[in-house]
Write a protein that binds this ligand. Structure first.
Ligand SMILES: Cc1ncc(COP(=O)(O)O)c(C=O)c1O
Length: 362
């Protein structure tokens, strides 16, 4: 029996237990091949079927229309910060960035290195406590794209609905909330996400891109950094991260077994409500970082009345098996990351702990 822990890590983070058990069972002999999935050729039929199933499941679960291409890339979400402007920002065009936290800042910085990028809205002045409001009438039809971060892993805020950017492609970094709720994919030109929060282990990055954008992309960039290269080769241009894609497929099978994106969303709301209620009913003992209307259902961020209490809270929590509750090193405080695979039971246990801690320390 392994040690019992409640995993609230921000990423890499909890994976469904059944997915890990399946991987363990199949580790040395995948589908009677006599080999691990890691030892198969990425050109073999056995691996090919894993690759295709992962794609098909994602297409089905997110209701991705046929005019979108799904890519499995490497380099993390961070490489997308550069690949997006390299491919899609042309001379004479401008890209607009909606700033809601550190990840938006990183994405914006890369775009500035490559072309003309400007900030169209930001909540930096208020410590990124909320999602910026954005007046889309300022968009010019020649703009290359508008970029946003759908969930702000560090600050614990989340876009509840998305702006209408008309004919200008909307691009979203969904690294920390992809597949946590149903999506209208057609609102977006491109969506990207590192897998290591809601989709699987680190190593694979999912990109969902509208096919007409691929046809217009810049071609004066290194081959491996072009979306078209990967689209044409069905994400097999070079050796893909085969084990990560196998795990992605298994996580997607698990999402399907849970009832799909809507069922996952309902459970995520229940989980988040348990923790936000503990904050709201604490008479100020716990203070949420995010404003109520911008609260994330993936990362619940809060502070206690002072540093000593925060330290005591985190130490006691760790002793009780709660893992990963420290806030990001840039903001401090506490953060519970409650991605899809974190069970309701973990949130119930944390709620009880929060209430008990408050009783004994106030
Ligand atoms: C919203 C968001 N974007 C981007 C990243 C960076 O992802 P990667 O480490 O895959 O480059 C993270 C990582 O936590 C994130 O939360």
């Amino acid at each position: 029996m392994s040690k019992k822990v409640y995993n609230f890590n921000a990423g890499p983070s909890a994976l469904p237990k059944s997915v890990l058990e399946t991987a363990q069972k199949e580790l040395v002999n995948f589908e009677d091949s006599g080999m691990s999935v890691m030892e198969l050729s990425h050109r073999s039929k056995t691996y090919e079927s894993v690759h295709q199933e992962a794609k098909q499941l994602l297409k089905k679960l997110l209701n991705i229309p046929d005019n979108y291409q799904i890519l499995f890339l490497q380099g993390g979400a961070s490489l997308q910060f550069s690949m997006i402007p390299m491919n899609l920002l042309k001379e004479g065009q401008k890209a607009s960035y909606l700033m809601s936290g550190s990840w938006s800042e990183k994405a914006f910085k890369e775009a500035q290195l490559i072309g003309e990028a400007s900030i169209a809205a930001s909540t930096k002045n208020e410590q990124y406590k909320s999602i910026p409001s954005y007046d889309s009438s300022t968009i010019e039809s020649t703009d290359a794209y508008v970029h946003l971060t759908s969930n702000n892993t560090i600050y614990g805020t989340q876009w509840q609905s998305f702006p209408d950017t008309k004919d200008v492609p909307l691009i979203a970094d969904m690294s920390s909330d992809i597949l946590s709720r149903p999506l209208d994919i057609e609102k977006f030109g491109l969506i990207y996400a590192g897998a290591q929060k809601n989709l699987g282990p680190s190593g694979v990055t999912v990109v969902i891109v509208r096919k007409d954008l691929l046809e217009q992309e810049n071609d004066n960039i290194p081959t491996i950094l072009r979306y078209q290269t990967h689209a044409k080769a069905d994400s097999l241009y070079h050796t893909p991260p085969t084990f990560a894609i196998y795990m992605l497929r298994n996580v997607l099978r698990w999402v399907q077994d849970q009832g799909g994106a809507l069922a996952i969303q309902e459970l995520n709301e229940k989980k988040a409500n348990l923790l936000y209620e503990a904050i709201d009913q604490s008479n100020g003992f716990y203070t949420g970082h995010a404003t109520k209307e911008s609260r994330s259902r993936m990362n619940v961020t809060f502070t206690l009345p002072n540093e000593d209490l925060t330290k005591a809270f985190l130490n006691e929590a760790a002793d009780k098996g709660f893992v990963g509750l420290g806030g990001h090193r840039s903001v401090g405080g506490c953060r519970a990351s409650i991605y899809n695979a974190v069970p309701l039971e973990a949130c119930t246990a944390l709620r009880t702990f929060m209430e008990e801690f408050q009783q004994t320390h106030s």
